[in-house]
Every structure is written in structure tokens, then in C-alpha cells.
Design a protein around this ligand. Structure first.
Ligand code: NDP
Ligand code: A1CAB
Length: 281
């Protein structure tokens, strides 16, 4: 049975744990987690999921097969400094960090390691993450199998080139937030057009699920499916005209480009900081 040690106990780590436990891929006795200092958060996770929490790094890393890095990118250098003496070349390091390259992680670890750079999303909590994964050349065939199983336990997982991960981050890593933003707008408008909140919420969710299933299962493009809803001179046409007038589609395109650029920027800033720190003064 695999043991996983998770460093960082925030939203992404919790979504992952919840998804893993739902499918029983790793037993809760073998899911270990730590954070920086928020003891209350660890106690809460322990109570809710029955997983193991500790600030004792010997206990955390003892016989760990997988080490998951789940802190914010800005905290990775400090975190790696405290954990690196516990890492061994046999441990598979799985990062979910936006923007941070495998080379940066290896530089911080100071030892050669099998590394997986992934970009899941918080829908891992309901086993519906859209995850993209890149691996370095030290990852063995057996570890590759483990990774496939791990990520497929929490949703869909595709292997990509590392260069593509910033774009994946802008698209599907941040993606749930764009959809929640749309839902927020639909909820507000539902009340304004006179619908009761709870009922409107059910209609919105079902509409999104239905549209997603249609795109997934139909041979028609999303454009074609949209056109089929839009009767000439009808309600949809009136609504879409307003979206077009406000440049909503273009705004979404710019949004995904901005998020992609931010992922690249965070990674570049971190590696430039590391280079500066390495230079002799
Ligand atoms: N949220 C999301 O939708 C997604 C996030 N990600 C990536 O996941 C990572 C985590 O994001 P998220 O869960 O949202 O972040 P959160 O801010 O919710 O959680 C960050 C966690 O990291 C811990 N931490 C900070 N410094 C250290 C340290 N030195 N040692 C150990 N733990 C530390 C914090 O502990 P404490 O509370 O004690 O300070 C906290 O538990 C990020 O790198 C992000 O890019 C990827 C995909 C989606
Ligand atoms: O906002 C962020 O930086 C993280 C990465 C992808 C989703 N959340």
C-alpha cells in the first residue's frame, strides 16, 4: 500500500484527499499531511477525513512513496529548505504548483529526483478534476503507473509536455473559478428576474451539467450546439446579442491568456530569484 506525504494543507490538498478517499486509492492511514503552522486546520482535516497529520518530518517522510508539494508557489523555496534532507531518490515528488518547473524543484531539492509536475483543479474533490501531467526522465515505468492511477482516481488525467502546463493552468487549473463566476452572475440575475433562489440554483446547475454532457457526448461543435438553442428572433438571440455587445467571449479569451501569462511569470520570477541567490557575491 502506497504512503503519500502532502506538504501544504490548503484547498487543493483537501480536494485531492477527498477525491482519493472517495475511491479508496490510498488508505487514510497512509495519507499524511503537514502545513506551515495552522494547527487548527490540520486538526480539522484529521477529524473530517481520518487522515494522519504531523509536524514531525521524520514521521511524515518515513517510508513515503509519494511526496506531494501543495503549498503556494511563493512558499516552495522555504518549504523545500525544511524538507529536502528527508527526500530520497526513491520518492516520487508530485507538484501541483502553478508555474513552478521541474528543474526549479530539483534545484531546490539539491538531489536528482523523479518529479511529476501536474495541474489538477479543485473538482478533484468530486473525482472530476481535469488534470494535465508532465514527468521528468527519472520517473520509472512503475511510478508512471502509480501516477496514472493516482490522478485518474480524482478525474481525467492527460500527459502533456511541461511547456504546455502554463496554458493548462490558465485554462483548466483556474477554470472552475471562471465557471463559478458565471454561476454567480446567473444566480444574481435569476433573483432579479423574479425567481426563487433555491429553485433557480437547481435550474442553473442542471443547465450547466446538461450543456457539459452535450458537448462531451455530441458529435456537434459547441458553436453548432449554441446555434441550435438560438431561434431566429427568439430569446437566446436577444440574450447573446447583449453578451456580444459587452465583448464577453473576447473577455473570456483575454482572461485565459492573462492566467496563462501569470503562471509563466510566477515560474520565471522564482527561477530568476534562485539564480540570483546562487550567484557568488
Ligand atoms: N486552489 C486551486 O484551485 C489550485 C491550486 N493549485 C496549486 O496548489 C497549490 C496550493 O494552492 P491552495 O491549496 O489553493 O493554497 P492554500 O493557500 O489554500 O494552501 C497553502 C498551504 O500551504 C501551506 N504552507 C505554506 N508554507 C509552507 C511550508 N513552508 N511548509 C509546509 N506547508 C506550507 C499552508 O500552511 P499554513 O496554512 O499553515 O500557512 C497551507 O496549508 C498552489 O501552488 C497552487 O498553484 C493547483 C491547481 C488548482
Ligand atoms: O490561482 C492560482 O494561482 C491557482 C492555480 C490554479 C488555480 N488556482
Amino acid at each position: 500500500m502506497k504512503k503519500i506525504a502532502i506538504i501544504g494543507a490548503g484547498s487543493m490538498a483537501e480536494a485531492f484527499i477527498s477525491g482519493i478517499l472517495e475511491n479508496g486509492f490510498i488508505d487514510k492511514k497512509n495519507i499524511w499531511i503537514t502545513n506551515n503552522s495552522n494547527q487548527e486546520r490540520l486538526a480539522n482535516l484529521e477529524t473530517r477525513y481520518g487522515i494522519q497529520t504531523t509536524y514531525n518530518l521524520n514521521e511524515l517522510f518515513n517510508q513515503a512513496d509519494i511526496v506531494m508539494l501543495a503549498m503556494k508557489p511563493k512558499d516552495v523555496a522555504t518549504a523545500m529548505q525544511s524538507i529536502r534532507e528527508h527526500l530520497t531518490e526513491q520518492m516520487l515528488v508530485v507538484s501541483v504548483l502553478a508555474g513552478v518547473s521541474m528543474i526549479t524543484i530539483e534545484t531546490l531539492a539539491k538531489i536528482p529526483l523523479p518529479i511529476v509536475r501536474s495541474m489538477p483543479n479543485t473538482s478533484a474533490a468530486v473525482a472530476k478534476s481535469a488534470t494535465a501531467v508532465a514527468v521528468n526522465q527519472r520517473v520509472t515505468e512503475k511510478q508512471l503507473e502509480t501516477i496514472k492511477n493516482l490522478f485518474r482516481t480524482v478525474g481525467l488525467a492527460s500527459f502533456v509536455e511541461e511547456e504546455q502546463l502554463d496554458a493548462v493552468t490558465g485554462l483548466s487549473g483556474s477554470g472552475p473559478a471562471y465557471i463559478y463566476y458565471l454561476i454567480e452572475a446567473m444566480e444574481k440575475s435569476a433573483v432579479e428576474v423574479g425567481l426563487e433562489k433555491e429553485m433557480a440554483s437547481e435550474l442553473i446547475v442542471q443547465t450547466l451539467l446538461g450543456a457539459a454532457e452535450m458537448v462531451k457526448n455530441s458529435s456537434k461543435s459547441s458553436t453548432q450546439l449554441r446555434k441550435e438553442v438560438t431561434s431566429p428572433g427568439g430569446t437566446t438571440e436577444a440574450g447573446i446579442r447583449v453578451l456580444e455587445e459587452h465583448g464577453v467571449q473576447q473577455a473570456f479569451i483575454s482572461c485565459i491568456k492573462a492566467a496563462t501569462a501569470q503562471s509563466k511569470k510566477m515560474g520565471a520570477e522564482l527561477s530568476s530569484k534562485l539564480r540570483t541567490a546562487e550567484q557568488p557575491s
